[in-house]
Design a binder for this molecule. Structure first.
Ligand SMILES: [Zn+2]
Ligand SMILES: [Zn+2]
Length: 450
C-alpha cells in the first residue's frame, strides 16, 4: 500500500451532519470501556510495556532482512517459531509463506482476527540506519535491491508483540485471537494473484471464522501518536490496465498511407480523462485514472504499427469501478476505430477492491482508539492507495486504521511517503501500533459475541 492520508478536519464542521457523530465519537474519550475489558487493563498495560522494546528489536531485525512477496521465508519462520513458543496453534505455508496463529482464551467469546502484511519492496534503501537493508533478491527475473519501504516490518513486529501480550493474558481472554501474517500485499510479478485473496482461498478465515478483522498500517504523513481512521472506504480499489493500439506502419512523411497509433493513443489518453470528469457523478465518490506508460515507435520519421500504454485506475465504489472500466473499453475502441485503427483495453486480474471500514464496527471501536495510551485518534480522509486488506474486510466486518510514523515536531505532510527509498519509521510509533491492535482486541472480546 502506498498512499497519503490527510486529516479530515473540515469534515468535523457541524454542518456536515453525516460525519458529525463520528467526529464526536473520535473525541469522546469519556465513553466507559466495558467492565470486562477494564478488568484486563492493568495486565494489558504491564504486558505491553514489557513487550515494546522487543517489538523495536524484532522490527530492526526484519528491516535488515526484508523479503519480497511470496519470498518471506525468513520472516515467516521467525513469526511461526514465536507463535509456537507462545502456545498458539500455528498453520504455515498458507498462500506460499503466510502464517496463521490461533489462541483460544480461557473464556468463551468472539473471534478477533488481526492482520499484518510481511512483504518488502524492490527499492534501494537510502536511510542512514545501522540496520539499513543491503538485501537483494530476484523480482520478475531481475536482480533488485529490497527494502521495507512501506512499514510492513513494523506491522510484523507489532503483531508479534500483540501475540506475546495476548498469550500472557490467555486465561482472562473472553474469546479467540486469530493472527494472520500475510505475504505479497505489494502484489506479485505478472499479475499473479497472491496475498490476502490467496490466503482466504486457502482457508485463512476458516475454523474458526473471525467475527471481525482489524489491521493497522504505518504511514509517514501522520505524526507518531496519531491514529487515523474513518468509516466507509479508507483505501481505493486499485486496477492496473494495459491499452494496445493497433495502427498501420508508414513513413512519417506520408501519414495518409497508414494509420498512426501514436495519434490514436494520444486521443485515447485524453478520452480517458473525460470519463472521470464528465461521465461519473463526482459528488458520489472520486476516481483517478492515470496513464503511466506510453510506448511506441523506434525512429523519428517512421509511424509505427502499434502503441502500448499502461496505467492505474483508483475508485471507491464498486459500481463506479465497473462503469469506468466499461467506458475505458468503449472509449479506446471507438476512438481507434474512428481513425481506422484498433484498440483493446486489458484490466489485470490482480486488482484490489476498496477497503471499506464497516460503519457500525468503526463507531463501536472509536472509543477504543481514543483510549490507546499515548495515542490521538482522529478521523482522516480516505487515501488513493490500494490495499488487499479489502478482501479480508469483504468476508467479515473490518476496521483498518493508520498509525503515524513521522517523529513529533516534524512536518508529516512533507515526510518521505511510503514506498520512498527514504521512508523513515520513528520507532516510538511501533508502541502506538501495538497498543492500538491490543486495545481493539481486548475491548472487542470484552464486548461479547455480536
Ligand atoms: Zn505499500
Ligand atoms: Zn503497505
Amino acid at each position: 500500500m502506498s498512499f497519503r492520508f490527510r486529516l479530515a478536519a473540515p469534515l468535523c464542521l457541524p454542518v456536515v451532519l453525516a460525519t458529525a457523530a463520528l467526529c464526536a465519537s473520535a473525541q469522546d474519550k469519556s465513553a466507559p470501556p466495558p467492565a470486562a475489558a477494564q478488568a484486563m487493563y492493568p495486565l494489558l498495560a504491564q504486558r505491553l510495556q514489557a513487550v515494546e522494546p522487543k517489538v523495536i528489536a524484532w522490527r530492526r531485525d526484519i528491516h535488515q532482512h526484508p523479503e519480497l512477496g511470496n519470498q518471506e521465508k525468513r520472516t515467516a519462520a521467525l513469526v511461526a517459531a514465536h507463535l509456537k513458543a507462545l502456545g498458539f496453534e500455528v498453520r504455515e505455508g498458507v498462500a506460499v509463506t503466510g502464517v496463521v496463529g490461533v489462541l483460544k482464551g480461557g473464556k468463551p467469546g468472539p473471534v478477533v482476527a488481526l492482520r499484518a502484511d510481511m512483504d518488502a519492496l524492490p527499492v534501494k534503501e537510502q536511510v542512514d540506519l545501522p540496520f539499513a537493508s543491503k538485501a537483494r533478491a530476484t523480482w520478475a527475473g531481475k536482480e533488485v535491491d529490497v527494502m521495507h519501504a512501506c512499514g510492513h516490518d513494523g506491522h510484523v513486529a507489532m503483531l508479534m508483540g500483540v501475540a506475546e501480550v495476548m498469550a500472557a493474558m490467555k486465561d482472562q481472554l473472553p474469546g479467540t485471537v486469530k493472527l494472520v501474517f500475510q505475504p505479497a500485499e505489494e502484489k506479485l510479478p505478472n499479475a499473479e494473484i497472491g496475498g490476502a485473496r490467496r490466503m482466504l482461498a486457502e482457508g485463512a478465515f476458516d475454523a474458526p471464522k473471525p467475527d471481525v478483522v482489524f489491521a493497522a498500517h504505518l504511514v509517514s504523513n501522520l505524526n507518531t501518536g496519531e491514529i487515523g481512521y474513518k468509516a466507509g472506504p479508507i483505501t481505493a480499489a486499485s486496477d492496473a490496465f494495459r491499452v494496445s493500439v493497433k495502427g498501420r506502419q508508414t513513413h512519417g512523411s506520408a501519414p495518409w498511407s497508414g494509420v498512426d497509433p501514436i495519434v490514436l493513443g494520444s486521443q485515447i489518453v485524453l478520452g480517458f480523462q473525460t470519463i472521470a470528469s464528465r461521465q461519473v457523478n463526482v459528488t458520489k465518490e472520486p476516481s483517478v485514472l492515470t496513464v503511466g506508460t506510453f510506448q511506441a515507435g523506434t525512429r523519428y520519421n517512421i509511424i509505427p504499427d502499434a502503441a502500448e500504454m499502461s496505467g492505474t485506475l483508483r475508485t471507491y465504489d464498486e459500481q463506479m469501478r465497473k462503469f469506468i472500466i466499461q467506458r475505458m473499453g468503449e472509449t479506446a475502441e471507438l476512438i481507434a476505430k474512428s481513425g481506422g485503427g484498433d484498440a483493446h483495453v486489458h484490466i489485470e486480474e490482480d486488482g484490489y477492491a476498496a477497503t471499506i471500514n464497516d460503519a457500525a464496527l468503526t463507531e463501536k471501536m472509536a472509543p477504543s482508539l481514543a483510549r490507546v495510551p499515548g495515542g490521538k485518534a482522529m478521523v482522516v480522509q480516505k487515501g488513493t492507495g490500494g490495499e488487499d486488506f479489502s478482501f479480508f474486510a469483504q468476508k467479515v466486518p473490518g476496521l483498518y486504521v493508520v498509525i503515524g510514523n513521522t517523529p513529533v515536531g516534524q512536518d508529516a505532510s512533507k515526510a518521505e511517503a511510503n514506498h520512498s527509498p527514504r521512508f523513515y519509521v520513528d520507532e516510538a510509533s511501533l508502541a502506538i501500533g501495538t497498543r492500538t491492535l491490543a486495545q481493539l482486541t481486548v475491548d472487542y472480546l470484552a464486548m461479547g459475541k455480536p
